[in-house]
Design a protein around this ligand. Structure first.
Ligand SMILES: Nc1ncnc2c1ncn2[C@@H]1O[C@H](COP(=O)(O)OP(=O)(O)OP(=O)(O)O)[C@@H](O)[C@H]1O
Length: 241
């Protein structure tokens, strides 16, 4: 990967607010962002600074009040809600802090769900392959209640990656896990980034986790600042812009 690697995410002048009654509460202001394909980027910042809101914009689950977002060259502003759903189905995986698994389905059926919903053939085989990659080859037929928190988060990661998206957005993916389990999920996310080339954008309060990414972006009062990473990046020839 070099400075010539294309940008997977390009955003310019993003602003966003929530409406509380009649009042507009600003959340993001003039956020401009470039993230190169295949890199690992952490978004840090105090509680309420807009981290989750930024992920919602990048996934097309919310729309900005102003500004532009391109994912993999596609302008999100030009897509209607079906188009945004297609974009997510094809190119984006999302992992939340709470795992959002369907309790009545096995790990295999949970992981296969996005592919089954889009009518893809071989959904269960692809889900089984992804569950093996996340170390759950022997837990495929367990329901979420029969799995540990770390295992449930692995199922959620397998589900987010089963369609081989170019971009994985993860919102506090280790926030609900004990230290040891959190470390295994961090390792897993980094190894999948290396193996599959998936661009990883993660929101985290954990600065050790953030420091192991290629870049750390910090949100403060809705504005974005880059924090230099002091270590040598593991996967890049040069730090991406
Ligand atoms: N649906 C909503 N309606 C109104 N205000 C909202 C809504 N969602 C979030 N907010 C407000 O927007 C601001 C940013 O929220 P956001 O969840 O993006 O922050 P965050 O940095 O992810 O916080 P945390 O680290 O606590 O998860 C907060 O002040 C929050 O109260």
């Amino acid at each position: 990967m070099t400075d010539n690697t294309p940008h997977l995410i390009e955003s310019d002048g993003l602003s966003m607010h929530y409406l509380v009654g009649q009042r507009q509460v600003p959340v993001l202001r003039d956020v401009t962002l470039r993230i190169r394909a295949g890199t690992r980027v952490a978004i840090a910042g105090p509680s309420g600074s807009g981290k989750t809101s930024l992920l919602l914009l990048l996934s097309g689950l919310e729309r900005p009040a102003a500004g532009r977002i391109r994912i993999d060259g596609i302008d999100l502003g030009g897509l209607d809600s079906d188009g945004l759903a297609d974009l997510r189905r094809e190119r984006i995986g999302i992992v939340f802090q709470s795992f959002h698994l369907l309790p009545s389905l096995s790990a295999l059926d949970n992981a296969a769900l996005p592919l089954q919903m889009s009518g893809a053939s071989g959904a269960r085989d692809m889900a089984a392959d992804m569950l093996r990659r996340v170390g759950l080859g022997d837990r495929m037929h367990h329901r979420p209640s029969q799995l540990s928190g770390g295992e449930q988060q692995r199922v959620a990661i397998a589900r987010a990656l089963v369609h081989r998206p170019r971009l994985l957005l993860a919102d506090e993916p280790t926030g609900n896990l004990d230290d040891q389990t959190a470390e295994s999920v961090r390792e897993l996310l980094f190894s999948l980034n290396r193996e599959l080339g998936t661009t990883l954008v993660l929101v985290t309060h954990d600065m050790d986790f953030a420091a192991r990414c290629d870049r750390v972006l910090r949100l403060h009062d809705g504005a974005l600042h880059e924090t230099p990473v002091t270590r040598q990046p593991e996967t890049l020839d040069a730090l991406p812009a």
